[in-house]
Design a protein around this ligand. Structure first.
Ligand code: NAP
Length: 269
C-alpha cells in the first residue's frame, strides 16, 4: 500500500513514524510531501539513518497512491486539495485537520472521494495518543478499517458520529493542554514550598501517568478511585477540599463547553 502524507509537520510526522514503526506501512511505500525544504528535511531526519522519499508536490505521485493523509493546517486545506485534482477514485483520504467536515473535504476534492475525518491529539507524537474518526459519505467499510489501523499505530481509537467531532476536539484534541496546566499547578505548588523543579516535575508527571494507568486498568470510576485515596482526616482529603471549594471540576465543565463552542464557530467558518 503506497501512502502519501500531505503536510509533513508535527502530526504528519508522528503518523508516518507510527505507521513505519508499527509495520503498517513500509518505509519504501511512504512519500512525504511538504511545500518547503526545511519541512522535508525535518521529516527525512525522523527516519535516519534510513531514507524516505519526499517531494514538494504530490501531483506526480497521485497515480500510485492508495492513501493520502491530509495533515496540513485547516486554513491550508482548500488550496492543498485543489493541488490533488486528478486523484485516483480508489484513493482514501484520511484527514486529521481540526474543524474541516467530511462534506467540506469532499467538496474541495470534487467528485466522489473516499474520505475519513479524524481528530488525533499531540500524545500521538509518542505513540500514546487517542483519535476519534468518522467516515464521509463515499468511504467504504474497508476505508474505515484502514483508517482505524493507521490511527491505532499512534494510540487508541474511537469511532464517533461526525456531529460529535467538535465535542471530541474540545475533550481529547485540546485535553493535553488542560492536563499540562493541571500538572504545572502541581509542580509550581510544590516548588513554592521547597521542592526542586526537577524533582517536582518527576513526581508530578509520574503521579499523573500512574494514576491514569491505574484508571485504565480499573473498573472503578474516577470518583471511586479518588475516594480510595481519601482517608478521613488525612492529607489527601485536605487537598481535595480545597479543590472542591475552588470549583475545579465545575470549571472543567465550563472549559469543555468553551472549547466546544469555539470548535463549532471555527467549523462554521
Ligand atoms: N498538532 C496537534 O496537536 C494537532 C492535533 C490534532 C489535529 N491536528 C491537525 O493536524 C494538522 C497538521 O497540524 P500540525 O500541527 O502537524 O501542523 P504543521 O506542523 O504546521 O504541519 C503542516 C505542514 O504542512 C506544510 N504544508 C502546508 N500546505 C502544504 C501543501 N499544500 N503541500 C505540502 N505541504 C504543505 C506546512 O508548511 P508551512 O509551514 O510552510 O505552512 C507545514 O510544514 C492540522 O490540520 C491540525 O488541525 C494537529
Amino acid at each position: 500500500m503506497k501512502v502519501g502524507i500531505l503536510g509533513t509537520g508535527k502530526m504528519g510526522g508522528a503518523l508516518a513514524l507510527g505507521l513505519v514503526k508499527g509495520g503498517v506501512v513500509g518505509l519504501n511505500n511512504l512519500i512525504g510531501c511538504n511545500a518547503n525544504e526545511p519541512g522535508r528535511t525535518r521529516f527525512e531526519s525522523l527516519f535516519q539513518p534510513q531514507s524516505v522519499v519526499t517531494c514538494a508536490d504530490l501531483k506526480d505521485w497521485l497515480p500510485y497512491l492508495d492513501v493520502i493523509i491530509l495533515s496540513i493546517k485547516p486554513q491550508q486545506m482548500r488550496a492543498g486539495l485543489e493541488g490533488l485534482q486528478g486523484y485516483r477514485p480508489e484513493t482514501l483520504f484520511l484527514s486529521v485537520a481540526a474543524g474541516i467536515s467530511t462534506d467540506q473535504l469532499e467538496r474541495f476534492l470534487g467528485g466522489t472521494p473516499r474520505v475519513v475525518r479524524a481528530m488525533p491529539n499531540t500524545p500521538c507524537l509518542v505513540g500514546e495518543g487517542v483519535s476519534a474518526y468518522c467516515g464521509g459519505q463515499y468511504a467504504t467499510a474497508e476505508d474505515l478499517r484502514i483508517a482505524d489501523q493507521f490511527l491505532r499505530s499512534v494510540g487508541e481509537v474511537c469511532v464517533v458520529p461526525e456531529e460529535q467531532m467538535n465535542l471530541v476536539t474540545a475533550l481529547s484534541g485540546s485535553g493535553p493542554a488542560y492536563t499540562f496546566h493541571f500538572v504545572n499547578g502541581l509542580i509550581e505548588g510544590a516548588v513554592k514550598l521547597g521542592l526542586s523543579p526537577d524533582l517536582a516535575r518527576t513526581l508530578a508527571v509520574q503521579t499523573v501517568r500512574g494514576s491514569m494507568g491505574l484508571m485504565a486498568h480499573s473498573a472503578f470510576s474516577a470518583l471511586e478511585l479518588a475516594a480510595q485515596v481519601k482517608s478521613p482526616g488525612g492529607t489527601t482529603i485536605a487537598g481535595c477540599e480545597v479543590m472542591e471549594k475552588a470549583g475545579v471540576e465545575l470549571t472543567l465543565h465550563a472549559v469543555i463547553a468553551a472549547a466546544k463552542k469555539r470548535a463549532d464557530e471555527l467549523a462554521a467558518g
